[in-house]
Design a binder for this molecule. Structure first.
Ligand SMILES: [Zn+2]
Length: 370
């Protein structure tokens, strides 16, 4: 049975939450950089709030409330989250019609842009859920993840609830990007900055999760440990498959010797674009950082190889390549042509490393979308 407790670097914030527990604010917004355990924190706090026999200010892990929560089936908890990011449920019964997890319903509704946004239909269903009393007699919890995914109409509908909060209800929201959260929503939440783990805390935690070579992997993740293990299901889509990581690094290590044929025969059809492109971006940043400052941030394991490659690069070309990757990342929703997107980025890498004179054409997204 899953018993969620705060991470080592969240103890102080946890104490703060406990101090508020008797008279909780009706909406909390936890913000901070990606991958430092914000979702974990609010899930642990949800479990504490819904636990029916908490011990020492921690959820017990074995009461009915904890069991229902572990099965993503607690009748007093709702997720307000883009359909694409809904956690996998262990007991989905859609024939029941009234699925407790809203994103499940949203998937089958007529949403213009499924997956990316929190839409008004979802907020309305939350409102319906809050119009009846608590099923198990305790608090109701609404998880709003990530808060910036609310579109305007959904945010307006939600504002009404935040202004006149239903009794015994708490909204727990999370964002990696506080500036992207609508000001009207932000101003109605109590803001909590999520603490950042020290390198030692992050490495300790990774090792406790069975991650080998934790130090190198933490560097690769930019010091944010949570994306490295599957513990945070909401983030799974962002995680890079380890086999693909090996493939990409092997190709990148070839530098100017890499060929288009190698690229074409290496990238699987069902490649996840965002994490693959992120790896390429970090590789590009490391090449630049090594060349300009003699320092490798993300791939210290390959320090020697990166240094060798960086000696031959034209920094402005690598910077151009990195800029192209940012563009791709901003429009990385190409499920049908995922492989083509990643292959094109790697072919650009070949040109970049060969310092090809030919001015590369900017990546054409309409071409890739065909
Ligand atoms: Zn419990």
């Amino acid at each position: 049975m899953e018993r969620l407790t705060p991470l080592a670097w969240q103890r102080e914030l946890w104490e703060q939450l406990l101090a508020w527990r008797p008279r909780l604010p009706h909406a909390l917004l936890v913000h901070g950089t990606r991958g430092i355990g914000k979702r974990h924190l609010i899930k642990a706090f949800s479990q504490l709030l819904l636990c029916e026999s908490s011990v020492d200010d921690m959820p017990c892990g074995h009461c009915a409330g904890c069991h229902l929560l572990a099965a993503d089936n607690h009748p007093d908890l709702r997720w307000l989250t883009p359909a694409a990011q809904m956690p996998a449920r262990t007991d989905v019964d859609e024939s029941a019609g009234e699925s407790p997890a809203l994103g499940i319903n949203a998937r089958s509704s007529t949403v213009a842009k499924p997956g990316r946004e929190i839409v008004i239909d979802q907020v309305r269903k939350t409102s319906d859920f809050l119009s009846v009393t608590s099923h198990r007699g305790g608090r109701r919890v609404v998880l709003l993840i990530p808060a910036e995914a609310l579109n305007d109409a959904a945010a307006n509908a939600l504002l009404k609830m935040l202004e006149e909060p239903p009794p015994a209800t708490i909204f727990l929201a999370v964002t990696d990007d506080l500036d992207a959260v609508l000001a009207t929503i932000r101003s109605r939440c109590l803001l909590l900055r999520s603490p950042i783990p020290t390198a030692l805390q992050a490495i300790d935690w990774l090792q406790s999760q069975g991650v080998s070579d934790a130090s190198a992997k933490l560097a690769e993740a930019g010091g944010a440990p949570m994306g490295l293990v599957g513990g945070d299901r909401v983030d799974d889509a962002q995680n890079l498959d380890p086999a693909l990581r090996e493939v990409l690094l092997k190709l990148l290590l070839r530098g100017a010797a890499l060929t288009g044929a190698e690229v074409a025969s290496s990238i699987p059809k069902e490649v996840a674009v965002a994490p693959a492109i992120r790896l390429l971006q970090r590789w590009g940043w490391d090449l630049l950082a090594e060349r300009l400052g003699g320092r490798v941030r993300y791939y210290p394991t390959y320090q020697r190889q990166v240094a060798n490659l960086a000696r031959t690069i034209e920094p402005s070309r690598v910077a151009d390549w990195a800029a192209t990757l940012v563009q791709i990342q901003a429009t990385s929703d190409h499920p049908l042509n995922a492989r083509l997107v990643v292959e094109s980025a790697l072919v650009d890498y070949i040109d970049t490393m060969r310092n090809a004179i030919r001015k590369r054409e900017p990546m054409r997204m309409e071409r890739l979308n065909r």
